[in-house]
Design a binder for this molecule. Structure first.
Ligand code: SP5
Ligand code: ZN
Length: 343
């Protein structure tokens, strides 16, 4: 399986994440990818290539133009305003306020375009986010051209980013761009399966009113964890999209027997629908020792999960999402890919 990876992810490395009222070294850090690359090499995934330049057209077509301009210019505007640190959202539109007018001031714009203030923007964030989505695009083209699978080793991750909001360590929704590119290249039915511990709110939101992209997500129950305000089982899509969104929220302490039963249900929905291609939002933060999550998957469970996904026999792009038990992120990620390849 070919792996697409860009070194430019390193351009995004905030010093600070707001966590428990303190600034801590971000959980989502560059070393995550070093652990993954090392394990890939060790397990003979040797076909690792850099993506070609990002193709802005499908990104601009799917996402909000004001949001993309904001991401591109936010750092310069922040510095021009005399702000001393990294970009952290302080003022967000809350209940009773209005979101129909976008502030001119950068501090206001940050709040407008952000949904979670743990996530900082720095000087290199935009370039890193573009390199991340470039890997997803290259993986999509590789599979659209006939490969049965590809792994986009994306960083920063993407599944929490909507068409016009960042947060949850995500800026551009790599999986959503990938799914849309499959539609544009002729696939009629595209499924996105999100196995990251957190609900893929961004992907859900982007496709919520569409019947051509089915979204299924396994995740921590929103009453107990981020993103808190979305991800319940009764969110099934709206309008034409009704019946094409499937959420499997699970409570703290969930282990593999329950998680894999939910995975089988999601897989059954995808198969019964007749998906032609699959995009997997591949987070490994369901792992038992993940520092910000509460499921109890063992490393071997990821192999089994990959095998179940592989049994669908669909052309598949994996997009890297979360996973923060850094020493184990590589093993767990490669286990999924190996299980998939062995199915
Ligand atoms: C892509 C992805 O996995 N994003 C996850 C974003 C999670 N954001 C909330 C982080 C809350 C961290 N709380 C730390 C508690 C430590 N005990
Ligand atoms: Zn996650």
């Amino acid at each position: 399986m070919r792996v697409f990876y860009s070194e430019d992810h390193r351009l995004h490395f905030p010093q600070a994440e707001l966590s428990g009222g303190q600034f801590v070294t971000p959980f989502e850090r560059p070393s995550r990818l070093e652990y993954i690359l090392n394990r890939l090499r060790e397990r003979q995934f040797l076909d690792v290539v850099a993506p070609e330049a990002v193709d802005m057209a499908p990104i601009a077509a799917l996402l909000d133009s004001g949001y993309l301009t904001f991401l591109e210019t936010a750092w310069d505007e922040w510095k021009a305003e005399g702000m001393g640190g990294e970009i952290i959202a302080a003022n967000v539109p809350a209940r009773g306020m209005h979101m129909d007018r976008i502030p001119e001031n950068i501090d206001g714009k940050v709040g407008y375009y952000c949904h979670a203030s743990e996530t900082a923007i720095t000087q290199g964030t935009w370039k890193a986010a573009l390199s991340s989505v470039a890997s997803a695009q290259a993986a999509q083209r590789h599979v659209a051209a006939g490969a049965n699978a590809a792994f986009a080793l994306c960083r920063p991750p993407g599944h929490h980013a909507t068409a016009d909001q960042y947060g949850g360590f995500c800026f551009i929704n790599n999986a959503a761009v990938t799914a849309q590119m499959f539609r544009d290249s002729g696939a009629g039915r595209v499924a996105v399966l999100d196995i990251d511990f957190h609900h893929g709110n961004g992907t859900q939101d982007i496709f919520y009113e569409r019947a051509d992209v089915l979204f299924a997500s396994l995740h921590g129950a929103p009453q107990q964890t981020y993103p808190y305000f979305i991800g319940y089982a009764d969110e099934k899509g709206r309008g034409e999209g009704e019946g094409y969104n499937f959420n499997y929220p699970m409570l703290s302490g969930t282990g593999y027997s329950q998680w894999s039963a939910a995975l089988d249900e999601a897989i059954a929905k995808i198969s019964a629908w007749g998906a032609e291609v699959l995009v997997v939002s591949l987070g490994v933060d369901a792992y038992k020792d993940d520092p910000i999550s509460f499921f109890r998957l063992e490393s071997d469970d990821f192999t089994d999960a990959g095998r179940r996904i592989g049994r669908m026999k669909l052309p598949t792009v994996f997009c890297m999402e979360g996973g923060y038990a850094v020493e184990m992120v590589g093993l767990n990620t490669v286990n999924v890919l190996e299980g998939f390849a062995d199915a």
